[in-house]
Write a protein that binds this ligand. Structure first.
Ligand code: NAD
Ligand code: UFG
Length: 343
């Protein structure tokens, strides 16, 4: 019988791509999302790609009653992937309580209900933000956790601690914590992708909107860092590669050969790419020029960080495969598709 997975935040950017990969791997999926940062139309995209529509519950994970009803009405959920969270770093500085409430109550409600409904494991979306500015790159999972620089980052650190404490208390659940580096791109079908609201904060959506003429120019935040071309370095991971890692994590967590009650994996390519290199990769892949200028450094930015993904490679059997040019082509195709839909 197909295993049933609850995907919180499943109409969001990474969640929707993961639901596609789960369905294609033979899992049944149930999504809960309050649509605070996504759109119900995403379900059509998932259905068009996979041929089946996930069960969808519109609801808020901070409301334990809503979650309880979901578990009552959808018996036999084997695992959870918890994407539901607020994720804008700047907004979290302005509205810290909203971030702590949303991100932590969501997680605690899920954990509390898992033993009651026999849910065996939870995959949690964490972030390389927990490492702060690394002392050495590439960075592996044993690197020290640095003091968080935003309430958002702190919710990820606290969430990791909550999961660890809960499991160490003897709760009959397992967890895999996935620390994402920088997820970018879109599904190659252009049927799902990232839907930033308002002016994007992140590099790739800002870049594709600039290439499309929606924004006048891209500002490169600083070219005087201690990096080969002076711009910041990140590890850009294709969203479909990232989604596939969740399927492998779920298989491992629910399988016979689970690596223990709690495991942590970095999800990145292992390759650092600068802002200027990413712009070039986009231009090369699409033939479209990106007007940009060099601006001031952005407060709080990390200079350089990229993953050592060896543990995920060897233990999860997962490896990032999509090349950055292909990711940029997919991001551009998605941008073009979004504009066509607005016409
Ligand atoms: P997203 O905003 O596209 O998706 C999150 C989804 O959760 C949205 O659809 C939103 O409507 C929903 N949601 C939020 N709060 C909810 C609640 N209380 N109840 C029900 N639904 C709720 O974000 P994403 O980029 O897909 O990120 C998914 C997860 O990965 C988040 O936990 C995020 O912190 C983490 N993460 C993202 C990145 C990134 O750069 N995108 C990097 C590292 C970690
Ligand atoms: N950048 C620009 N111009 C822009 C936007 C970004 O030059 O208009 C630069 C930034 O300075 C940075 C790089 O592009 O050097 C990437 O910036 P993003 O905002 O896309 O990503 P960050 O690495 O700053 O942060 C993202 C998420 C965080 C998450 C982190 C790690 O926003 O929530 O990745 O996963 F914690």
């Amino acid at each position: 019988m197909a295993k049933k997975i609850l995907v919180t935040g499943g109409t969001g950017y990474i969640g929707s791509h993961t639901v596609v990969e789960l369905q294609q791997a033979g899992y049944e999926t149930v999504i809960i999302d309050n649509l605070s940062n996504s759109n119900i139309g995403v379900l059509d995209g998932i259905e068009a790609i996979t041929g089946s529509r996930p069960v969808f519950v519109e609801g808020d994970c901070t409301d334990i009653g809503t979650l309880r009803r979901l578990f009552e009405e959808n018996r036999g959920i084997n695992g959870i992937i918890n994407f539901a969270a607020s994720k804008a770093v700047g907004e979290s500085v302005e509205k810290p309580l909203m971030y702590y409430r949303n991100n932590l109550n969501t997680l605690m409600n899920l954990l509390e209900l898992m033993p009651e409904y026999g849910v065996e494991g939870i995959v949690f979306s964490s972030s390389c933000t927990v490492y702060g500015e690394p002392d050495i790159n590439p960075i592996d999972e044993t690197a020290p956790i640095k003091t968080a620089t935003s309430p958002y980052g702190n919710t990820k650190q606290i969430s990791e601690e909550i999961i660890t404490d809960f499991i160490n208390s003897g709760a009959p659940v397992r967890s895999i914590i996935l620390r994402y580096f920088n997820p970018v791109g879109a599904h190659p079908s252009s049927l799902i992708g990232e839907l930033p609201r308002g002016v994007p904060n992140n590099l790739v959506p800002y870049l594709t909107q600039t290439a499309a003429g929606i924004r006048k120019e891209l500002t490169v935040f600083g070219d005087n860092y201690d990096t080969p071309d002076g711009s910041c370095i990140r590890d850009y991971i294709d969203v479909v590669d990232l989604a596939k890692a969740h399927v492998m994590a779920m298989e491992r967590m629910l399988g016979e050969n689970s690596g223990g009650k709690i495991e942590i994996f970095n999800l990145g390519t292992g390759r650092g790419v600068s802002v200027l290199e990413l712009i070039s990769a986009f231009e090369k892949a699409t033939g479209v020029k990106v007007p940009y200028r060099i601006g001031e450094r952005r407060a709080g930015d990390i200079e350089k960080i990229w993953a050592d993904p060896a543990k995920a490679n060897s233990e999860l059997g997962w490896k990032a495969e999509v090349q950055v040019e292909e990711t940029m082509r997919n991001a551009w195709a998605w941008q073009c598709r979004c504009m066509k839909n607005q016409d």
